[in-house]
Design a protein around this ligand. Sequence first.
Ligand code: SME
Length: 157
Amino acid sequence: MVYYLKEVRIIKQILTAAKALFENAKQNISLLANASAFINQEIEKINWVGFYLYLDDKLCLGPFQGKPACEVINLNEGVCGFAFKEQKLTNVPDVEQFEGHIACDNASKSELVIPLTKDNFKIGVLDVDSPILNRFDPKTVELLKQIAELVVKYYKL
Ligand code: SME
């Protein structure tokens, strides 16, 4: 119980810190750059985190942390294309089992992709990779979902 309450407190602190960081962003590139740096700092055991933005019917690489990554993803490709096209949070416990997965960093073993939409405008996706199989447990998914919601809230259309 004590451990659980401590965890809840930590999650609240992380979300409060995220809000404080995001709400003052003057423009979207700063917002997304700091959001990827923030997630990289706060979430353990990840090797890549960043944004792909919807442009000309493709997903284009946006601000990220990690190794250089593929610049353009077609909507019929990869976990990112799938999650965006279906507009569905996609949690892949083992990327080798996902047909069409695009390996930007061979270290990536599991992946979480969260579509970002604001007022019917499709912004793109948040993509997080981990070097550990099945990294994205329900608590981590929930936390990343809430951080993604804050990004959407402060994203300017
Ligand atoms: N693995 C992704 C491609 C982007 S990298 O992970 C940074 C995919 O399959 O869509």
